[in-house]
Design a protein around this ligand. Structure first.
Ligand code: BDR
Ligand code: CA
Length: 312
């Protein structure tokens, strides 16, 4: 059983990742940190609280994450992909029903589960960077960190070079790559191909399997319609964030390389993820290595997704 503290910005694919984490028998969701990204931080918190309430899991704490990038810039949101409220056509209640805890309280969870806690971050990396800035040695007690972000030797999704989570706060992303230990990165090289299709959605909604079933079709349709405009050649839509969780429950679904990674904060190449893929590459001894998922077995992804979303 993997104990997971999930940093996210729900957002449609983040919301499905929350559902997946709550449904999967090998994952114990011990907390959620909500930050700006697909929507603003307050809306992300409402959405997370709404999903927890649907599951009857209001006992899971929500920690208030970042409201804007470390640079102090104004945060940019993506209503055209995720809807005004982050759940496509679904209007979650305005009121936050969960307990919203202070950011620094998350250090207590890390202490509580010393050596056992996995941080999964599927949003802008500002809040996780703050955890390194404020947490100091506490962060050494984290078992591992899994991040959805970046794109290697490959186009981005918000600029020709950059993926949204890295682009949104490249200073934070670079800080996490430099400070993090035992980090796994799941970039667009994999997640762009983690396509959920109409047929999979029909399968997971053919009966009311769980308290999320009624939400799945409307949020999927909204998201797939947005992707039909962005990437007309695909049928369905990539569910980026859930793939990060799959590295915990089916790690051998993926092929990895291990390399130091940095993220550009230069305006011309902002958010670009950089790793040296030359066969002759050499690094300083102290340079932290990141495990980067570069490929996966699509059929295993599809099976795992469908089976999990049908659990009661
Ligand atoms: C990432 O950006 C966000 O919009 C998605 O939720 C995902 O985390 C994909 O680039
Ligand atoms: Ca996300």
């Amino acid at each position: 059983m993997e104990k997971v503290l999930l940093f996210c910005d729900p957002g449609i694919d983040d919301s499905v990742a929350i559902m997946y984490a709550l449904l999967h028998p090998d994952i114990e969701l011990v907390g959620i940190v909500t930050g700006y990204g697909n929507v603003d931080q307050e809306q992300a918190t409402n959405n997370a609280a709404y999903l927890l309430s649907l599951a009857g899991r209001e006992d899971i704490p929500i920690y208030a994450g970042a409201r804007f990038p470390l640079s102090g810039e104004v945060a940019v949101f993506y209503p055209e992909i995720h809807g005004e409220n982050g759940l496509g056509p679904i209007q979650p209640p305005d009121e936050i029903k969960g307990d919203l805890l202070n950011f620094t309280d998350l250090f207590d969870v890390i202490e509580q589960y010393e050596g056992e806690l996995t941080i999964v971050d599927v949003g802008r990396l500002t809040s996780l960077a703050m955890a390194f800035i404020l947490g100091g040695e506490v962060m050494e007690k984290v078992k591992q960190i899994v991040i959805m972000g970046g794109s290697f030797l490959n186009p981005g999704n918000v600029t020709p070079l950059s993926e949204a989570n890295f682009y949104g706060d490249p200073i934070a992303a670079n800080l996490v790559m430099a400070r993090g230990e035992r980090v796994t990165l799941v970039p667009l090289n994999v997640t762009n191909y983690a396509i959920v299709t109409d047929r999979m959605i029909t399968d997971v909604t053919q009966e009311e399997f769980n308290s999320f079933t009624a939400l799945i079709e409307p949020v999927y349709s909204y998201y797939a319609d947005a992707y039909a405009v962005l990437v007309p050649e695909i049928e369905g839509a990539p569910f980026h964030d859930v793939v990060a969780l799959m590295t915990l429950v089916e790690p051998d679904m993926f092929d990895y390389v291990e390399k130091p990674v940095s993220v550009s904060a230069d305006p011309a190449t902002r958010g670009q993820s950089i790793a040296d893929f030359r066969p002759s590459a050499e690094w300083e001894e102290e340079t932290p290595f990141v495990r980067v998922a570069m490929d996966f077995v699509y059929d295993r992804f599809a099976k795992n997704f469908v089976e999990t979303m049908k659990l009661g």
